[in-house]
Design a protein around this ligand. Structure first.
Ligand code: NAP
Length: 295
């Protein structure tokens, strides 16, 4: 039975944030530029408010100027598009982050497509998606890029590995598949209509689970020695009327089977915010044709 290594995403994210902060100091000293990130929050969803607040705090701590546009639930799509246009034109702002979900009367894709692709630090604009798949220079979605960083640390040569991504969302699954293909993995993208998912997953040297179903991936679906990246964040009931967070992988069952696995919490989650800061720094440099720091 192999020992299963716990991949410490929190420690890796702390290192990345420190690297971004150091690069931001150097950028300011060399060119006077302070990267800026603006979060756009529409409505009063409490979880979204917490996410936006945390992103703002993390940006400030890394030497990135943090701005916020807070708009009421009643904001129309055209009013939101006007705010995006204003931020596109604002030279202090290098990254625009529209917190999802948006109220139902607003088409999120229309809003994302209105963001200047050079400021699209979520990497969701069609131009960035296209560059990611065609091997061009893209701003890459934060969660899958964070997963890739953890994978690179764990398996320095990913080429030729059999990689299975469970989940095909535009935010996680699809860009994850593109990144793994870029690393020369053999990539399978599985989803709710896939037949015999356990058999597909048992082929995986690298397994990325991004489904949003608590512990759907059982221990005997994992190939012995596989690296497992668990993106899922699911809140479930715990004894005593409490609740707890679990991933999409049955973590206890994976022990002794997987070669390495990310915990939930403390795995992929912290990498997402760190990669958002990294993207903002990179966007600030690219927009001004300055050398990109190697972070
Ligand atoms: P999503 O948009 O709901 O997509 C879920 C994907 O899983 C879909 O492709 C769906 O297939 C597939 N799926 C659903 N049920 C399935 C099943 N029973 N068997 C196989 N595939 C199934 O979710 P998401 O935005 O990608 O997020 C996935 C999870 O990651 C969630 O728990 C979310 O909270 C978490 N997340 C974490 C972070 C982080 O920072 N750690 C960031 C983003 C998301 P179909 O396409 O066929 O419907």
């Amino acid at each position: 039975m192999p020992d299963t290594r716990r991949i410490d995403g929190k420690a890796r994210a702390d290192r990345l944030v420190a690297d971004v902060a150091a690069a931001a100091v150097a950028l300011k000293a060399q060119s006077g530029v302070v990267p800026g990130l603006c979060a756009v929050l529409v409505g009063s969803d409490p979880a979204s408010q917490i996410y936006v607040r945390n992103k703002g705090k993390a940006a400030t701590a890394a030497g990135i100027a943090s701005f916020q546009e807070t708009l009421p639930d009643t904001t129309s799509e055209s009013e939101l598009l006007a705010v995006i246009a204003k931020l596109n034109a604002d030279d202090r702002v290098d990254g625009i982050l529209v917190q999802l979900p948006l109220p139902k009367h607003i088409d999120p894709q229309r809003v994302i497509d209105a963001i200047d692709p050079k400021k699209d630090v979520d990497g969701f604009h069609a131009q960035n998606v296209g560059h990611l798949w065609s091997g061009g220079t893209a701003l890459v979605p934060c969660t899958p890029y964070g997963c890739l960083m953890l994978l690179r640390d764990t398996m320095p040569n990913l080429a030729g590995a059999e990689a299975v991504v469970l989940g095909r969302s535009n935010i996680v699954g699809k860009p994850m598949a593109a990144l793994l293909l870029g690393e020369n993995c053999t990539v399978t993208l599985a989803h709710s209509k896939s037949r015999d998912i356990p058999a597909i997953l048992r082929r995986a040297d690298i397994l990325v689970a991004a489904v949003g179903r608590p512990e759907i991936v059982r221990g005997d679906w994992i190939k012995p020695g596989a690296i497992v990246i668990d993106v899922g964040i699911n809140r479930i009931a715990a004894p005593g009327g409490q609740s707890k967070l679990v991933g999409d992988v049955a973590f206890a069952e994976a022990q002794g089977v997987a070669g390495a696995i990310t915990p939930v919490p403390g795995g992929v989650g912290p990498m997402t915010i760190a990669c958002l800061l990294r993207n903002t720094l990179i966007a600030a440099c690219r927009r001004r044709s300055l050398a990109e720091p190697a972070v």
